[in-house]
Design a binder for this molecule. Structure first.
Ligand code: SF4
Length: 473
């Protein structure tokens, strides 16, 4: 199918590493330890102090979820916390064993993607969502893609656009174990209707045409047919963070959302929420150099770029998104994690002198290298840096964890963006702004030779120039 996957920790992942390994004909990588287990640390006492401080500040990310996850399972005692070695906070990472002896990890979308359909089909909570996730992993299929496909098939079936006889899928049983098993089998083996779906939803819906295609275009999906969660109509920087990527990069989207959702609870009057409007303003300024408001397009390009730089730099350090995207601590003495912490850690571990600006520059360098590779492989720049029409035309109805679609407006006052669309001319202006501050050519959306050289990517600039893709500069 159209998403290359790789297996890690008995789970399938779809971020492209599998495609790279496949292209190099590498099936697996094993790591054999020959020296010390822990490499030498430049300043061990400093690392220890920073880690202890961080552990004190970071709220236990596993506690709130665990109970809630247990409640959704018929055998809650079989759910275990599965916190990664050395984690500073924990999250909803758990493992589950079904009474039939099926074991597997259970977290985030993997645990939830089939829940609503299964609940409406069976009328109660059961193990089918867990089994659906395990099946996706075994077949090596992207769960978010299957989530979109199942929803779209359900809509088509309910509106009489596709019938069981036509496509040989048990459409009247969407939400059942039988349905998901058959859907995954057909896609994996490219049989029956699965042959079309393996080419992606856009291709399938386009081939069927009519109302089925309309339902697809009405739904909001990224370029890999994954749902556009954390809507760009609500969180404006996410419009660029989606448009500039091939597929949803959840870590990028979390950066704003993990501050604004606690703020939303604060504005609802929830006493435990640490995110007052004043604190959100401070975080936006200190972390992202953003002092605009979330109802205006002004400054959103700068905000999106700052998020990209930091997240790509954090990826260089292999920092977990689930804990490093949360900067609120809930501790009144130190309500936010210091934005200089990563640079301090690098210095303490490696001895390399690096300030925060240099650290962020490493993220910018990687993002530009990635962009250059995409362009070399045929990315059309500005023509592809866009979003589905539905985002510009269809009003926002609701949002996960923020049903009233609230964001802080001027002076931090809550403003609902319910009913809002993304304004196309404003989006295009925001994109131009982004190109400009990134040092990219606004006409093409390609990095210029000048910025590539400034980021120590001269050989990359030379290669793109040699291919006639960019001008000298
Ligand atoms: S927060 Fe990250 S490192 Fe910690 S348990 Fe969760 S996934 Fe693992």
């Amino acid at each position: 199918m159209a998403a290359a996957t790789i297996l890690a920790d008995d789970d399938a992942s779809g971020s492209g590493l599998g495609a790279v390994m496949g292209a190099k004909k590498v099936k697996a990588i094993t790591v054999v330890r020959t020296g010390k287990l822990i490499p030498e640390i430049h300043a061990p006492e400093r690392v220890k102090a920073l880690t202890q401080h961080l552990r004190k500040l970071k709220p236990d990310g596993s506690a709130p979820y665990f109970k809630w996850m247990q409640q959704a399972l018929p055998a809650p005692e079989r759910l275990k916390r599965q916190i990664c070695y050395g984690c500073i906070s924990g999250c909803n990472r758990t493992s589950y064993e079904s009474p039939e002896g099926e074991k597997g990890k259970l977290l985030c979308t993997a645990g939830d993607f089939y829940k609503p359909l299964a609940r409406s089909f069976y009328g109660n909570s059961n193990e089918v969502p867990f089994e659906a996730a395990r099946l996706c992993n075994r077949y090596g299929i992207d769960i978010m893609f299957i989530q979109s496909v199942a929803r779209w098939l359900q809509q088509c079936h309910l509106q009489g656009l596709l019938t069981e006889a036509e496509i040989d899928l048990p459409l009247s049983r969407i939400g059942s174990g039988e349905f998901i098993e058959e859907l995954l089998r057909q896609i994996s083996f490219r049989q029956d209707f699965g042959q079309a779906l393996a080419e992606g939803m856009a291709a399938t819906a386009g081939a069927i045409g009519g109302k089925a295609r309309e339902l697809f275009t009405h739904g909001a999906y990224d370029k890999m047919d994954r749902p556009l969660t954390y809507s760009p109509r609500l969180y404006l920087p996410n419009a660029l963070l989606y448009a500039l990527e091939f597929k949803k990069q959840t870590a990028l989207l979390h950066r704003i959302v993990y501050t604004l959702i606690p703020w939303k609870y604060w504005s609802d009057g929830l006493p435990d929420s640490p995110a007052s409007s004043g604190l959100v303003q401070q975080i936006m300024k200190r972390y992202w150099d953003f002092d605009g408001d979330f109802t205006s397009y002004a400054g959103q390009a700068q905000l999106a770029k700052a998020i990209q730089n930091r997240v790509y730099a954090q990826d260089n350090l292999i920092l977990c998104d689930k804990t490093w995207s949360i900067v609120l601590t809930g501790n009144p003495d130190e309500p936010m994690i210091s934005p200089d912490l990563e640079a301090e850690l690098i210095q303490a571990v490696t001895g390399i002198k690096m300030d925060t600006a240099e650290f962020l520059r490493t993220g910018e360098r990687v993002f530009n290298l990635q962009r250059a590779l995409y362009i070399r492989e045929g990315h059309r720049g500005v023509a592809e840096d866009t979003l589905p029409d539905s985002v510009f035309n269809e009003p926002l109805e609701t949002e996960h964890n923020n049903a009233e679609c609230l964001v802080p407006g001027k002076d931090g006052r809550p403003v609902s963006r319910k009913g809002a669309t993304l304004d196309k001319p404003e989006f295009e202006e925001m994109r131009r702004d982004y190109y400009r501050i990134s040092g990219w050519d606004p006409a093409t959306g390609y990095p210029t030779a000048k910025i590539l050289k400034a980021l120590e990517l001269s050989e990359v600039a030379a290669d793109l120039k040699h291919r006639g893709l960019i001008e000298d500069g």
